[in-house]
Write a protein that binds this ligand. Structure first.
Ligand SMILES: [Zn+2]
Length: 62
């Protein structure tokens, strides 16, 4: 009985570590706050080629 409980705790810790680690964080960093628009200075996703705030062309990073 005790070993099953310990196993469940270990599994939960692994799931939490995987979720908070590589998954969501890198995705977020790739999006908002990745860089600033050179024209208006607003934070924009790294993947866009047109600023969503001032609608001017921005150099695409990749
Ligand atoms: Zn802009």
């Amino acid at each position: 009985m005790e070993t099953i409980f310990i196993a469940i705790v270990i599994i939960l810790l692994v799931v939490i570590a995987v979720r908070s680690g590589s998954g969501g964080r890198n995705k977020y960093a790739r999006y908002y706050g990745a860089r600033k628009c050179p024209h208006c200075g607003n934070k924009i996703p790294g993947e866009v080629s047109v600023c969503e705030f001032c609608h001017r062309d921005v150099p695409k990073v990749f």
